[in-house]
Design a protein around this ligand. Structure first.
Ligand SMILES: [Fe+2]
Length: 215
């Protein structure tokens, strides 16, 4: 079994995982957008497809800078051991989150609840990206790879912006409407509590040291 030998290899792995994540997001978001009712949410998620395309292009440039000819040709080293002989990765994390979103969208629910659920699913995806870009940026900083670090931090900021836009949409409009639409006993949580819950999850993501081995 080959080993990940240093921080630069970890960075390569993270970049390939993020590349796969962006590809899957670009492919998966249209199905989510189709189920959305709120026009503002539709617009936010459509914009996210466009920013994801930019993120993928940045990762392409980073891959070219980072991958040596050895990585591409190597049949016995690090990449062959981890990726079945190819220098590509399928992000199982994003694959799972998109599958969960698909399962949830097949449930029978009101249009308003569907919008709230889609925001939740989109934010889980966003938090995965935030953790990945945060981790990769930290590796690049440690390795003094300035231009890669700058590109990763630019993308990280754009992921935070999307996440913030989704949070504002949820707490400002979509969740309160969904609360009234469902009208069951277990939906009695106040707007303030919902807001606290969302902002807590965002602040946990922001303050914690992004670690790839978190549960
Ligand atoms: Fe992205």
């Amino acid at each position: 079994m080959n080993k990940i030998i240093d921080l630069k290899d970890l960075l390569k792995y993270e970049i390939l995982d993020l590349y796969s994540a962006e590809e899957q997001i670009i492919e998966g978001l249209p199905a989510m957008i189709e189920k959305v009712n709120n026009p503002k949410l539709k617009e936010t998620l459509s914009n996210h497809i466009e920013t994801s395309k930019t993120h993928k292009q940045r990762l392409d440039t980073i891959k070219q800078t980072l991958m040596t000819d050895d990585d591409v040709k190597d049949t016995e080293g690090f990449f062959s051991g981890l990726f079945g002989g190819s220098n590509t990765v399928t992000s199982r994390g994003i694959e799972g989150l998109l599958k969960e979103a698909e399962k949830m969208m097949n449930e029978d629910m009101t249009e308003e609840a569907m919008d709230a659920a889609i925001i939740g699913a989109a934010q889980k995806i966003e938090h995965y990206e935030i953790a990945g870009y945060g981790t990769a940026g930290a590796y690049a900083r440690e390795l003094h790879l300035e231009s890669i670090k700058n590109d990763l931090e630019k993308t990280l900021q754009e992921e935070y912006d999307t996440d913030d836009a989704l949070t504002k949409l949820a707490v400002g409009r979509v969740n309160p409407i969904a609360e009234n639409a469902v009208d069951t006993d277990d939906q009695e949580r106040s707007d303030e509590e919902s807001y606290d819950r969302l902002t807590n999850s965002v602040s946990i993501m922001t303050s914690s040291d992004p670690s790839p081995d978190e549960e």
